[in-house]
Write a protein that binds this ligand. Structure first.
Ligand code: ATP
Ligand code: MG
Length: 424
């Protein structure tokens, strides 16, 4: 036998026993996005490498070491998208959706990063993202964070997630802070690790985000970005906080929260959980007022976030929230006797015509009653509809309950559709 080919490390199959929880999550994400009047946008998975270098920043983990970049047959440098915001802005600019307009968009799909695969961290993973363009004030920041909070409520995980907030100020404010931070870090360089030393000049704010505890100890007395914010930025942030409080959304201020992508300004936020181990961030985003212009468009304020669907699914599974999800099959049709299968299939077709959302699986391949009931059980269906020669003669079916202690019952053919409606 030849050796079987395996999937690429860190790129997972989503198997049939997992797809129903994924579909449930995706349904909630889509529904909540439309509850706030957002429209879907779909972008290609492959883009020019330059797009990500220019937007995410050359000195970021993503661009330095995580991108899947390759030359295509024409020698053009292409990259499998590591995130959605850059593509979304590129599409918005290219199709004239952004200048002097307001857009509320969402997207969902696979992203690719060459990271070390582990729980909650993969090389192909899926994000759901929200992006709003054309809004400068904190009302949209608040509304989008409210949207994210609604997602957790709908998924039943609102008690195990925490909102962390920070303001990065404007580019000018950050530039001044950057100088002060470089000065401070230079004085303490001998206590920094290699990564932080390298970042100190190229991207010093990222040092704040270091996971190394010695580096974190050095940072305790470092200058604070909040001391460099102008009144305007402070007011923006205060307005956001006030709106969140009015909406009953609790938050924690975290002045080390800087995010791993260069394009953010003013508001940044993360939703974190302790229920996933090290990979605790399930959703992250903020304001990126400079990005549209940086990518060749006219200056347009913007705000957005992305959430990791794998991490959500992991959370829901570990918290046993996946229990009440509707199984893939509602009804299993069993059939016994000569020629009964053809009649059973005709009836099942009629039921599907009449009850649009019903999920009916018809037994195939014959076999005795015991075998058919085994399949019925395995299908996850809550009831079996049984048809035999007697039933066909009397125009009745037998309903057998598979998950409840309930007597089986007999029912006229024409009563079945109304009965199926009660299962939905
Ligand atoms: P982290 O600090 O965990 O590396 P990040 O800052 O790189 O996250 P973002 O680029 O902001 O993450 O992506 C938003 C969300 O996408 C994350 O909060 C996370 O839920 C998810 N995510 C990011 N990278 C991965 C990955 N490699 N595998 C699975 N999910 C991921
Ligand atoms: Mg990362």
């Amino acid at each position: 036998m030849s050796k079987a080919i395996q999937a690429i490390r860190g790129m997972n199959d989503c198997l049939p026993n997992e797809t129903n929880i994924w579909q449930m999550v995706e349904t909630v994400l889509r529904r909540v996005a439309s509850n706030y009047g957002f429209s879907e946008i779909r972008m290609p998975i492959v883009e020019s490498t330059a797009l990500f270098k220019r937007s995410i920043g050359e000195v970021t983990d993503i661009v330095e070491k995580e991108m899947y970049t390759f030359e295509d047959r024409n020698g053009d440098s292409l990259t499998l998208r590591p995130e959605g915001t850059a593509s979304c802005v590129r599409a918005g600019n290219q199709h004239g959706l952004l200048y002097n307009q307001e857009q509320r968009l969402w997207y969902m799909g696979p992203m690719f990063r060459h990271e070390r695969p582990q729980k909650g961290r993969y090389r192909q993973f899926h994000q759901f993202g929200i992006e709003a363009f054309g809004f400068a004030s904190a009302d949209i920041d608040a509304e989008i964070i409210m949207l994210s909070a609604r997602l957790w409520r709908e998924l039943g995980i609102e008690d195990v997630v925490t909102l962390e907030l920070n303001s990065l100020g404007s580019n000018e404010e950050r530039a001044k802070y950057r100088e002060a931070l470089i000065e401070y870090l230079t004085l303490h360089q001998e206590k920094l690790d290699e990564d932080s030393k390298r970042r100190m000049h190229s991207n010093p704010l990222r040092v704040l985000d270091s996971k190394n505890s010695e580096v974190q100890a050095v940072l305790v007395d470092a200058p604070k970005l909040s001391d460099y914010l102008t009144q305007e930025s402070q007011q923006h942030f205060a307005s956001l906080c006030q709106r969140l409080e009015a909406a009953g959304i609790k938050y924690v201020l975290n002045d080390r929260l800087v995010r791993g992508l260069d394009y953010y300004n003013r508001t940044v936020f993360e939703w974190v959980t302790s229920s996933l181990g090290a990979q605790g961030t399930i959703c992250a985003g903020g304001r990126y007022d400079g990005l549209v212009e940086q990518l060749g468009g006219k200056a347009t304020p913007a705000f957005g976030f992305a959430l990791g669907i794998e991490r959500l699914v992991l959370m829901l599974t570990s918290l046993d929230k996946a229990q009440n999800i509707r199984p893939q099959v509602d009804v299993y049709v069993a059939m016994l006797g000569d020629g009964v299968d053809i009649k059973a299939n005709q009836l099942a077709e009629q039921w599907r015509d009449k009850v649009q959302d019903i999920r009916i699986q018809c037994h195939c391949g014959g076999g005795n009653f015991k075998k058919q009931m085994k399949r019925a059980d395995k299908s996850g269906a809550s009831i079996a509809i049984i048809l035999g020669e007697d039933e066909i003669a009397t125009q009745k079916v037998t309903i057998k309950y598979l998950r409840e202690r309930k007597e089986q019952q007999s029912m006229d053919f024409n009563q079945v559709p109304a009965f199926l409606e009660t299962l939905l």
